[in-house]
Design a protein around this ligand. Structure first.
Ligand code: NAP
Ligand code: MG
Length: 451
């Protein structure tokens, strides 16, 4: 089995990538199991040094990685560079992990009691196509820091940067078998991570639908899982906010990466009294949003990842009135102009389902209570923004929105030093932040008597 990659900006066929079989997955898991024992036995400072070296090698390769992501995924070059740099920063941050997996000494009668954070063993990481290298690093860096071996299965549409990271790991001195990249279908290689008893944890980022399948499968072995799934996040703009600033910032909060972002603020809720003023500002900022050739330094948004995905995004444009659209190139490539919808009902599909494209729906609200009700009227709960100058309101609304990651008067992107993950059907568990290595360990308690 193989898959022919196509450049999303030009429609030109590129590399054909061979897909691994179940047998090859089993061989990789066996290699990882053997390699993990040696990796975990290394002195913590030595593991830390290798991870720091891995970060340096990624930094040195930044332009190559960024160019690969432009070609394979259509990400604008400035964003692709940020993504490659982010991988290096994540590795640096977790390179401190091996020496900081500190247990406890607990007072007990008759002896001492101490805890250890033992690595799980082999960890399988399944990534989606929207942010191939950054999302992989959120799993592999803390997992490696905690003494695990990892196998990353990238999405079949976007394997190139992950494959390159596999080469860079070896170049950096990560021992063979400790960090492997296995390209293959989700239903074959990804599913093998779920069914194979030597894979002790599966980190999955992708659709809620596949996440549920993984969770069901993991039950057979009580396998550890982290799930980062879909989103339908709200950008809530109150009348007491800097409305012009909110309108100017709204496009990048949903159109970045062409809306193929689980944190996309794809629902804008605006207090009715400032609705007209907000829409005027939004129209200006949407029309000014620079969509085009991803190799151009000035481009803010590239094409959608595949022609098939473009069709799926188009399916949301049916009967819903369109307020206005931005611009996009004509001709070959999966281009889609940023689009602002005005749904008539709260049950409209564009307000309930994740579109994963440059489409945003605007809904007016009358007061704070209604804003919260609308914001929480979704099965998802990943991200969101609150625009207001009233500190009390900001605190009330931030506590009231059922979502894992909120930003106030801004649309902050993910930070590696703070926890990230979803409420409700947006996921299970947290990635990133200071505690991430612990999520790749089992806590062991040992009692040693005095006599
Ligand atoms: P997807 O279809 O769920 O696929 C994600 C990954 O799972 C791919 O590598 C896919 O492999 C694999 N997969 C598919 N079926 C599988 C199975 N039965 N067992 C094991 N693995 C399987 O999602 P997508 O279409 O790539 O990505 C878009 C979704 O990801 C959106 O819903 C988005 O919200 C979500 N997402 C969430 C976050 C977050 O952090 N919360 C971040 C980014 C994206 P193949 O495609 O190669 O077959
Ligand atoms: Mg898919």
């Amino acid at each position: 089995m193989s898959y022919q990659l196509i450049n999303p900006a030009t429609g030109e066929p590129m590399e054909t990538i061979e897909h691994a079989s179940i047998e090859q997955a089993d061989e990789a898991i066996a290699r990882a199991k053997t390699a993990q024992a040696h990796w975990a036995a290394l002195a913590p400072a030595d593991r830390a040094a290798i991870l720091r070296k891995f970060a340096q090698v990624v930094d040195a390769d930044l332009e190559t990685l960024a160019a690969l992501e432009v070609r394979n995924s259509g990400h604008p070059i400035t964003q692709a560079r940020w993504e490659a740099g982010h991988v290096a920063r994540v590795l640096e941050y977790y390179s401190a992990g091996p020496e900081r997996l500190i247990g406890k000494q607990i007072p007990v009668a008759g002896g001492i009691d101490i805890t250890f954070h033992e690595p799980l063993g082999v960890v399988g990481i399944i990534t989606p196509w929207n942010f191939p290298m950054t999302i992989a690093s959120w799993g592999f860096a803390p997992a490696l820091a905690a003494g695990n071996a990892v196998i990353v299965k990238p999405a079949e549409w976007t394997p190139l940067t992950t494959m390159r990271l596999g080469e860079l790991a070896l170049e950096a001195g990560v021992p063979e078998g400790v960090f492997q990249v296995l390209v293959g279908r989700g239903s074959v290689v990804g599913n093998r991570f779920v069914t194979h008893t030597d894979v002790r944890k599966v980190v999955f980022t992708g659709s809620t639908e596949v996440g549920k399948t993984i969770m069901r499968g993991a039950a057979d072995q009580i396998k550890r899982i982290t799930l980062e799934l879909g989103g339908k996040s709200a950008n809530i703009v109150f009348a007491d906010a800097d409305v012009d600033k909110a309108a100017a910032a709204a496009p990048s909060a949903v159109f970045e990466n062409a809306g193929q972002d689980c944190c996309a603020r794809s629902r804008i809720l605006v207090e009715a009294s400032v609705y007209d003023r907000f829409m005027e500002g939004l129209e200006k900022s949407v029309k000014a949003y620079k969509v085009g050739d991803p190799t151009d330094e000035a481009t803010e948004m590239g094409p959608l990842v595949t022609a098939g995905h473009k069709e799926s995004v188009e399916s949301f444009l049916g009967d819903v009135p369109i307020a206005f659209r931005g611009q996009a190139p004509e001709g070959p490539g999966n281009w889609f102009a940023p689009t602002v919808l005005l749904p008539k009902s709260n049950d409209d599909r564009c307000l309930r389902e994740e579109i994963f494209g440059p489409v945003v729906a605007v809904v007016p609200f009358k007061d704070e209570a209604e804003a919260l009700e609308l914001a929480n009227n979704t099965e998802f709960g990943l991200s969101g923004s609150i625009w207001s100058r009233d500190v009390g309101r900001v605190i009330r609304v931030a506590r009231g929105v059922q979502s894992g990651n909120l930003s106030v008067n801004s649309h902050s992107s993910v930070r590696y030093s703070t926890p990230f993950g979803g409420f409700k059907q947006s996921g299970l568990g947290r990635e990133l932040g200071p505690d991430a290595p612990l999520h790749f360990t089992e806590e062991k308690n040992v009692f040693i008597p005095h006599d």
